[in-house]
Ligand binder design. Structure first.
Ligand SMILES: [Zn+2]
Length: 511
């Protein structure tokens, strides 16, 4: 008898329908033939299914069993088809009732018949709903991440026996439901808070402006000046994620296998740190089963490149396209795939190779020419995409002893950021822009209004420093965000002056 069991396969962060067709005919020796999976996966799946069948109290009958995973022309990746394949064998050989075709099954089997934690459950549930399924069985250990999706019943599958008892109507299971709101509310206090950062008022102000306008930012300072602490605390002052952003980010973490039972969804903006040793596929995404890279894990959040001058030119170069497009295309032989990659880029570097150029007490050991060479490593395409550049002075003993009390908290700063974001959204969203940082040169001219004094101030800066046209645009964009923070409809001279202050490298390169 031929049976069809529904399932969902994953490609990138999206899912597609898979139908497991099973035919069985009586034969002398039991034999299972599987079509539509890569060779090695077939062997492993067979072994797991055979063990799980017998350990759940059923048997592999003396029959010739043929299984086809349709569509056959797509090589299916992953182990999530174990459960539907097992149900196909048992129903096609008449040992259990045939499951409802409006229900999808998704899960890897252990040899004992338990259903194991699986990556991609949230993506699978969303896909199942979009494909029109009424219900889906997912591993019990991942059920919470799928349970927030409305419009489909999500069942927590513990083991083969409990799934079959439900199918046969003996012990019906109840769908798991979770409200996204409840999951956001139970959010606890963040340990990365601006309140704990000693001194560094200017750098913190730059961080606030970056968060308010969605600007990429570079921190330049000696070791121990707090560059990475400020970077790490930036998500705490960014606006809350929208529901859509929570689902999109969680889907990525679900596919990457990074969600836990304790935190089944990403409700906070991600902070992703990359070191200079990162591989290009590790950063951009890729691999045999295409997995999201760091830039996709940072989607809707912050990507932090620490010691950015130590990164290879090739690695920095590869960030250019995603910074422009907010997506990354991973090319595959048959079908390329697109991962989202919309993130705020935060970089940190020392002022020179030894780290102590300009330090009041520690002498710099770098030779002449070395410093310039070091700084020039991040020039060009990457620097073009960084709006704010800020120098951090070393933190002194007096700074630390005089700042025993807590600084302004992230919650307070976030209120100003939220208000500034609201102002800019009202002004620019109708033109298709999400934040000041993304404004095109044309939009800067049309949407940013400078007072005549501000224009004069900007012109004076241009004459004095001979900055490029790109820097000119960046100063206006930053000044616009500063004006938004000040609730001013017009960009004033003080906004221009402050903005130009956050272009440290413009001054460094001035000859
Ligand atoms: Zn040095």
């Amino acid at each position: 008898m031929v049976t069809k069991i529904s399932s969902v396969g994953l490609w990138g962060i999206d899912g597609y329908k898979v139908e497991v067709e099973t035919d069985s005919r009586p034969a002398q020796d039991p034999d299972i033939d599987i079509v539509g999976l890569p060779d090695t996966a077939i062997k492993e799946a067979k072994n797991r299914i055979v063990s799980a069948v017998s350990n759940s109290g059923y048997r592999i009958p003396s029959a010739n069993i043929i299984m086809n995973l349709a569509p056959a022309d797509v090589k299916k990746e992953g182990t999530m088809f174990d459960l539907p394949m097992l149900l196909g064998i048992l129903s096609s050989t008449g040992q259990i009732a045939v499951p409802d075709e409006n229900t999808a099954f998704f899960g890897e089997l252990s040899l004992s018949g338990e259903i194991r934690r699986e990556r991609g459950v949230l993506a699978a549930v969303i896909a199942a709903k979009e494909l029109g399924f009424k219900a889906i069985f997912v591993p019990e250990k991942n059920a919470s991440e799928g349970a927030v999706v409305e419009g489909i019943d999500v069942y927590a599958a513990r083991d083969v026996i409990s799934v079959i008892s439900h199918i046969e109507g003996k012990i019906p299971l109840h769908p798991v439901k979770k409200s996204l709101n409840d999951m956001i509310k139970k959010d606890e206090q963040d340990t990365n808070d601006f309140a704990y950062i000693v001194g560094q008022q200017t750098a913190k102000r730059a961080g606030e402006i970056a968060a308010a306008g969605g600007h990429n930012i570079l921190f330049i300072g000696p070791p121990g000046s707090g560059k990475s602490m400020i970077a790490k605390s930036l998500p705490s002052i960014l606006p809350d994620m929208t529901f859509d952003e929570i689902i999109e980010t969680s889907k990525i973490y679900s596919i990457a296998g990074k969600l836990t039972e304790k935190e089944p969804l990403c409700v906070k903006r991600p902070f992703v740190r990359s070191t200079q040793n990162v591989s290009i596929p590790g950063l951009m995404g890729g691999g045999t089963t295409p997995a999201p890279g760091l830039i996709t894990l940072a989607n809707n959040g912050v990507l932090f490149l620490d010691e950015v001058a130590e990164f290879s030119q090739r690695t920095l170069e590869s960030l250019r396209q995603p910074l422009e497009d907010n997506i990354i295309t991973v090319n595959r032989v048959k079908k390329s795939l697109v991962f989202p990659a919309s993130f705020m880029l935060v970089c940190a570097m020392n002022p020179c190779p030894c780290g102590y150029y300009g330090h009041p007490t520690v002498p710099c050991r770098c030779k002449e020419g070395q410093i310039e060479k070091y700084l020039s490593k991040i020039s060009g395409p990457l620097l073009d995409r960084i709006d704010l550049q800020v120098a951090l002075p070393p933190v002194t003993v007096t700074d630390i002893s005089e700042n025993r009390k807590l600084a302004e908290s992230s919650a307070e700063i976030k209120k100003r950021v939220d208000a500034a974001r609201k102002r800019q959204t009202e002004r620019i969203s109708q033109y298709g822009f999400t934040c000041n940082a993304k404004l095109s040169p044309k939009a800067i001219r049309e949407l940013c209004v400078l007072s005549s004094e501000a224009t004069a101030a900007l012109n004076r800066i241009m004459e004095k420093t001979s900055v490029s046209m790109r820097s000119y645009d960046k100063i206006i964009k930053i000044a616009q965000t500063i004006a938004d923070l000040a609730a001013s409809d017009v960009i004033l001279p003080q906004h221009i002056m402050e903005a130009s202050y956050f272009r440290t490298l413009d001054k460094k390169y001035k000859k």
